[in-house]
Design a protein around this ligand. Structure first.
Ligand code: GLU
Length: 254
């Protein structure tokens, strides 16, 4: 069985100040199908934006952002639990901090918990513990968090579902002729140092954090697949039917 980490971003999970339930349902159905033949871990953003659906605090103030995460994380998880129920999938919440990911003992404990959950067919839903993370000690974005989780749990593949449907040879919002890079074997320092360009106020990283995640995993020889979280057709063809139509696969040259 392959072990696959699926990461979904806030821009996919929320829309106009509400949780995007239709997209969440599509994601849940996809994961349920993926779970037939694979071990699946879900890294889900959306705590802060789910918190904002309940209380309109200014998220640019750190303490407000942390409060929003504390409000939103249970809202998000209860929605997931409800949506996975018809598929007979029990969900579990695993919150981690950057400090955990820097400590060998903590990593091995996280692994033991995740392995126990997976052995019992439970879906671990992972997020950073935003309510207690500090500026100095936070991963900050779930693209990189999902890459660390993929490496630390010995995953075979990371799938990033985003409002960005692939990696292009130029910014597709500025260049109409920008083309999808279907397979990427290396990522240069220059690409990694490009400015972050999130498309949504609750999104953290834009393309750069995705490239950082993919680059980190390239060094570990773990593949990353970047595809749309709005339309799951490319992710489904790739992950369920081994057919690469759209989206970008970051993989070491074989
Ligand atoms: N952990 C944040 C949240 O759940 C998201 C971080 C990110 O956007 O990557 O809201």
């Amino acid at each position: 069985m392959r072990r696959i980490v699926v990461k979904v971003g806030s821009a996919v999970l929320t829309q106009d100040g509400e949780i995007a339930l239709k997209r969440m349902r599509a994601l849940v159905a996809f994961i349920a199908e993926l779970k037939h033949d694979n071990e699946v871990l879900l890294v889900s953003s959306g705590a802060v934006s789910a918190g904002y659906t309940a209380l309109k605090l200014d998220r640019t103030v750190l303490s407000n952002k942390q409060a929003l995460a504390a409000i939103g994380q249970p809202i998000l998880l209860s929605k997931y639990a409800k949506k996975f129920l018809p598929f007979n999938i029990i969900t579990a919440q695993v919150l981690v901090t950057a400090a955990n990911l820097n400590k060998k003992d903590d990593i091995s404990r996280i692994n033991q918990t995740i392995n126990t959950l997976l052995d019992n067919n439970i879906l671990p839903i992972i997020n950073e513990n935003d309510a207690t993370s500090t500026d100095e000690l936070e991963v900050g974005d779930n693209d990189q968090l999902s890459a660390y989780i993929a490496k630390d749990t010995g995953a075979d593949l990371l799938i990033i579902l985003s409002d960005i449907d692939a990696y292009y040879d130029a910014d597709p919002r500025a260049h109409i002729h920008a083309e999808v890079l279907k397979i990427v074997n290396t990522i240069s320092e220059e690409e990694l140092n490009c400015c972050p360009t999130p498309n949504n106020i609750f999104a953290t990283g834009g393309i750069v954090t995705k490239l950082k995640a993919a680059s980190y995993l390239l060094d570990e020889n773990i593949d990353t697949f970047l595809a749309s979280g709005f339309d799951l057709r490319d992710a489904k063809s790739f992950a369920l039917h081994a057919t690469h139509i759209g989206g970008t696969l970051f993989t070491k040259a074989k």
